[in-house]
Each structure stands twice: as structure tokens, then as C-alpha cells.
Design a protein around this ligand. Structure first.
Ligand code: ASP
Length: 437
């Protein structure tokens, strides 16, 4: 059994957290490859090391003094070393990064140093080998992650090490320079290493006990999700539910490796299992989760006999394409077609887009309804259960919410409704409580 374990920034924010991480790793010998983030926030008012590094990069670029900000970074590591009573010094490393900052190193290189230093420190603390991500995570000429090259190198390197600590968040370009993933990208490294190690499981350790059925800022104390499929996760994260970097799913999904979201501060909790195929399609709640996003505009286009006009939809979408606007959903009726887009995406060109649509398809009417919210009710259990849609609409009606639009995905694993944005929280609560008693 091989487990790849990734610890997020809050899991490695200080000495106390380092101790928890060490206990977790040592309690299970199959936890062989450890991917580390940079130290995150120790409390809500704290600063992440990655943010501080990027501040230093900007200061150096503007030829301003980096010393006070850089010292904050140094002190984060020094404090951990001191509090763990380690006989270890990172002063040479600090000096090297400081010199790089003053000699115009790239922002990716600078941002990556948080993970580099933290993984080195963790490797030393755990007495495990350190493998640098620049020696095994490759990007291609276009800046895309190079799966083939990476897997080849990882296989070789991991084959030589039974255990290792690897920094998250970055890899190397073909020219040897450092490139980072987008923010939160250590999740991606963890997934890549899990795939490269052919792991049985990818454990992603964070500061929550897995995914919740709804956003805890909207629903009070929502239930955790024990098991969720990759597909359901994709639908919920598209709607804004997040536990991990979105791109972290792909490497393990391809290799069919399950992900277990775990809580460093509550290691006894089983967390959420994200699996290719669920053990059972009967979920006791029928739905797996409910999530939503605000800030949606619906463009309703109406024209009699629209359905017999070949290429009508294409022309409407072409107008959006010309303004580089992507659409979120496309519910249609007999003589109506609605295109749902983000408010932000069309804000600037509302007038021009409607005018162009009038020119292109000569509709009977075209109306814009702004400030809608989309709500997705997601669950594999819906396929085998009758009356789910009826329950959703009953719950919304009882909460006095007017449903502006409905869309059911062909997978039958989701129902999407549009409501006025002001009804967002009421709707999510009404749906959640209809299914979770
Ligand atoms: N340290 C990086 C960030 O703050 C990457 C990560 O933590 O996943 O975005």
C-alpha cells in the first residue's frame, strides 16, 4: 500500500502543526511520499509565506527595501526551528533567496521558495530524504504540465526512495527555470506525485474534516460528505464549492486513484473520500450536495418558429464569442432560447451584444435579466429516486422563492435552478433542509 500525503499551508503553519503532521505520518508506514505547502496562516489575521514572498518580489522590482518583509519570512522558519528545538540552520538558504531577489529572479522562482524551504525543513524534521520538485515536475514549452516526462522521472526517483518529502506548487521549465502552478497549486503536485507513485490513495490533509453538503457560510452546520464521485465533485466545484485546487483532480482521476480529504487538526475524522465510482448509488440523503453561484445574467431570446431556423443558436453564440464571453448554461424552450452568462463577463458590452444579436437573428424580443443565482442540486442518488425535482420545487415554493429557470443535466445527477440573487441563501437552505432532516 502506498499513500501520498499532501499537507496544506495551515497544516504546516507553525511548530505545533509540524508535530501533528509528524504524528500523522509516523502513525502509518504506508504514508510514504509527503508533499508540503509553504507555511500558511496561523490565525485569520496572519500572512501566508507565499504572499510575503510575492510582496518582496514587488518591493525589489520597485527598488524598495525588502528587509522588513523578508525578515517576517525568515522568522516564520526560524520560529519553527526554535520551537521544535531542531539543530538546523536555514540562514544560507535565506541569504541565497535574498540575493536572488535583488538580482531580478522571476516571480515564479521567488514564490516557489516558500514550499522549497518548508519541504526541506519538514524532511529534516522527519529525517526523510528531500526530493526537489525541480528534479521531477516538468512543464513543456507552452507552460503546460508535461505528464509523460514527469511520470518517467518520478517513477525513477521514487523507485530509489522508499520515503521522501517533496515541495508542492512548482516544477521546472524546459530551459531549467522554475515555474509555479496557479495559487493553491500544491494540491496539484500532490495529485501528480500520487499518480507517479501509482499510489493506492492520495490523502489531502487540510484544516476541515472533508467536504460539506453545503457552504457553512450559508447553511448552519452542514453535514459532511462521506463519499463523493469525481463527477459529482466536478459539478459542485464548478458551482463554487471548493476543498481543493480544481486542477488537482485530473492526474489522479486519470489513474483512478481515490482522494481522501482529511483534517490535520482532527486526524480521527474519516474525512471525505473522492472516488471514481461510489460503492453505492443509494445515498441516504438522496442528494450529495448543494452549491450555487451568484452574479448571473440571463439573455432571453424569443422568436416565433425559432426551432425550424437552422443555425439560430450558433448565430446567437457567435455574438458572445466575438466578445470573448463564455456561457454557463443554455436552457431552451420551443420559441425561446436563454443564454446564462456571468454578469461580470458582459458588463461592459451589454448594449453592443444585444444590438449585435438583433442584427444577426432578428428576434421578436430580447431581454436581459441580471443578478440571478444558479443553484445546483447534485447527487448520484437522484438517478434511482423518483420525485427529487418535485421536492426541490416544493421546498422553494414553500420558501416563497420564484424559480426563474430550470435545467436538468442529461446525467440525471444534477438539477440546476436559477433564482433571483436575493433569494440565494433562502433557496440553498430550503433545499438543504428538504433533504437533510
Ligand atoms: N503556497 C502556495 C499558495 O499559497 C501554494 C499552496 O499552498 O498550495 O498559493
Amino acid at each position: 500500500m502506498i499513500k501520498v500525503v499532501k499537507f496544506g499551508g495551515s497544516s504546516l503553519a507553525d511548530a505545533n502543526q509540524f508535530q501533528k503532521v509528524a504524528n500523522i505520518i509516523k502513525s502509518d508506514t504506508s504514508r510514504r511520499y509527503v508533499v508540503a505547502s509553504a507555511p500558511g496562516k496561523r490565525n485569520p489575521h496572519d500572512e501566508k509565506v507565499t504572499d510575503l514572498l510575492l510582496q518582496c518580489y514587488k518591493l525589489a522590482k520597485d527598488k524598495r527595501d525588502i528587509a522588513p518583509t523578508f525578515e517576517k519570512i525568515e522568522n516564520r522558519y526560524r520560529d519553527i526551528i526554535r520551537d521544535l528545538r531542531m539543530d538546523y540552520s536555514m540562514e544560507d538558504e535565506f541569504a541565497g533567496i535574498k540575493t536572488a531577489l535583488l538580482h531580478h529572479a522571476s516571480s515564479d522562482y521567488i514564490a516557489s521558495r516558500g514550499e522549497y524551504l518548508n519541504a526541506k525543513l519538514l524532511a529534516h524534521y522527519l529525517e526523510l530524504p528531500f526530493i526537489d520538485a525541480e528534479d521531477c515536475i516538468y512543464f513543456d514549452e507552452k507552460g503546460q504540465w508535461d505528464a509523460e516526462e514527469t511520470n518517467r522521472e518520478l517513477e525513477e526517483l521514487l523507485g530509489m526512495h522508499e520515503y521522501a518529502v517533496i515541495p508542492g506548487f512548482y516544477g521546472v521549465n524546459p530551459d531549467g527555470s522554475i515555474r509555479t502552478f496557479s495559487r493553491g497549486g500544491s494540491d496539484i503536485t500532490g495529485s501528480i506525485v500520487a499518480a507517479g507513485a501509482n499510489a493506492d490513495i492520495y490523502e489531502n490533509w487540510t484544516d476541515v474534516s472533508g467536504m460539506l453538503m453545503a457552504d457553512p457560510r450559508v447553511v448552519e452546520n452542514p453535514r459532511p460528505i462521506a463519499e463523493i464521485t469525481y463527477k459529482e465533485l466536478r459539478e459542485l466545484s464548478y458551482m463554487g464549492a471548493s476543498v481543493m485546487h480544481e486542477d488537482a483532480i485530473f492526474p489522479v482521476r486519470k489513474a483512478q486513484i481515490p482522494i481522501n480529504i482529511r483534517n490535520t487538526n482532527d486526524p480521527a475524522a474519516p474525512g471525505t473520500m473522492i472516488v471514481p465510482k461510489a460503492k453505492s448509488n443509494t445515498v441516504d440523503t438522496v442528494i450529495t450536495g448543494v452549491a450555487g453561484k451568484k452574479g448571473i445574467t440571463a439573455i432571453h431570446v424569443e422568436k416565433e418558429m425559432m426551432n425550424s431556423e437552422v443555425g439560430f443558436g450558433k448565430k446567437v453564440l457567435e455574438v458572445l464569442e466575438n466578445y470573448n464571453v463564455s456561457f454557463e448554461h443554455l436552457p431552451s424552450g420551443i420559441d425561446t432560447m436563454s443564454v446564462l452568462v456571468a454578469n461580470k463577463a458582459i458588463e461592459e458590452f451589454k448594449g453592443a451584444i444585444t444590438a449585435d444579436m438583433v442584427k444577426k437573428v432578428n428576434p421578436d424580443s430580447i431581454t436581459l435579466v441580471e443578478n440571478l443565482a444558479l443553484i445546483a442540486i447534485v447527487g448520484r442518488g437522484m438517478v434511482n429516486t423518483e420525485g427529487t425535482a418535485a421536492r426541490v420545487f416544493k421546498a422553494l415554493a414553500e420558501a416563497n422563492v420564484n424559480v426563474r429557470m430550470i435545467d436538468q443535466g442529461s446525467s440525471e445527477q444534477n438539477i440546476i435552478v436559477a433564482v433571483d440573487q436575493k433569494n440565494y441563501a433562502t433557496s440553498i437552505n430550503a433545499i438543504y433542509h428538504e433533504f437533510v432532516k
